[in-house]
Design a protein around this ligand. Structure first.
Ligand SMILES: Nc1ncnc2c1ncn2[C@@H]1O[C@H](COP(=O)(O)OP(=O)(O)OP(=O)(O)O)[C@@H](O)[C@H]1O
Length: 298
């Protein structure tokens, strides 16, 4: 069963259609990245999923149930930067936030521990680095020990050090068993922490699935033939293989092509050798998520 299921969600603001029939599922245990350019509908999607916005159509189900006070208690969210009191300590700020959320005060300790702020819990918020401030914001989403975290652009406005801190924290939370849903336009971030990704453009889903599958679908294999083999012979041999597509000559006398899912470079080497084509080189060229994203949203 999917932990979160969005089915055919639509949302418009006046004349602006922000989401058009969006459907996606998030499985328990995944780190799910919602990617898209500015204005593509990421924040709108999270707002609808959390019930802070009303959809014009479609349904949201959490844990197999419609959105309710009970399902909301199982989800921690960070949609915008929370207001912390500068002169209060990290601990005092979290105790206040726990009180507002009706979360057990005992969960403050767990949140401080998980975010690595325990040793600084008595220090005033105002002296914190950007990364620590954001870690405190993440700590506040952990109050009440939710199973799922929903984070909108969690590394926005951070310096490189802060970005690294937040990325490590997200990875740690995932290994602790939290399911995490992150909206971001930082592709690099998504590629490093996410197991799954959905790409939005102008309110429509362009692609969704495991990061490895989205990337693998466009990995190219680059082959070089031995000097005594004409490139034309290689092209002909490749044309015989139905699981090799988009063969293209490239600079330097090499050819690149795309292998069907499940086919390996070794399979290609064997199949070409069987046709009498001996290779002098063969390598897999990984495509970055960024390149894939640009392709999907161009
Ligand atoms: N309150 C609002 N009133 C009117 N239009 C809105 C409102 N909120 C969002 N929109 C519009 O809906 C579309 C989707 O916006 P949304 O904020 O969901 O996108 P986003 O992908 O989160 O973008 P960003 O990364 O810039 O936050 C955009 O065209 C935006 O201008």
């Amino acid at each position: 069963m999917a932990l979160l299921e969005l089915d055919n969600l639509s949302k418009s603001y006046g004349g602006t259609q922000a989401l058009r029939g969006l459907s996606l599922q998030v499985e328990a245990g995944s780190v799910y990245g919602l990617l898209g350019p500015n204005g593509s509908g990421k924040t709108t999607t999270l707002g609808l999923a959390l019930g802070v916005l009303q959809a014009n159509g479609g349904t949201v189900r959490w844990f197999g149930q419609p959105l309710s006070a009970a399902t909301k208690r199982r989800v921690g969210a960070l949609l915008e930067t929370p207001n912390f009191f500068p002169y209060l300590s990290a601990r005092q700020n979290l105790l206040l936030a726990a009180d507002i959320k009706h979360a057990a005060p005992a969960t403050v300790d767990a949140a401080l521990e998980l975010t690595g702020l325990k040793s600084r819990q008595h220090d005033a918020f105002k002296g914190f680095s950007l990364g620590m401030k954001q870690r405190l914001a993440l700590a506040s989403t952990l109050l009440g020990n939710p199973e799922v975290l929903v984070l909108d652009e969690p590394t926005n406005g951070l310096d490189p050090q802060g970005i690294a801190e937040v990325r490590e924290l997200i990875q740690r939370l995932a290994t602790e068993g939290k399911t995490i849903i992150i909206a971001s336009h930082l592709l690099d971030e998504i590629e490093k922490v996410c197991t799954h990704v959905a790409v939005l453009q102008r309110g429509e889903l362009r692609a969704a699935g495991p990061v490895s599958a989205i990337l693998a679908s466009t990995d190219r294999i680059v082959v070089r033939v031995a000097p005594d083999v004409p490139t034309a012979a290689l092209q002909q041999a490749l044309a015989q293989l139905p699981w090799v597509t988009d063969a293209q000559p490239e600079a330097g006398g090499v050819l690149s092509a795309v292998l069907a899912p499940g086919q390996t470079p070794a399979d290609l080497n064997r199949a070409l050798f069987a046709q009498g084509v001996v290779l002098a080189g063969l390598e897999l060229r990984h495509r970055s998520l960024e390149a894939q994203f640009l392709e999907l949203t161009k």
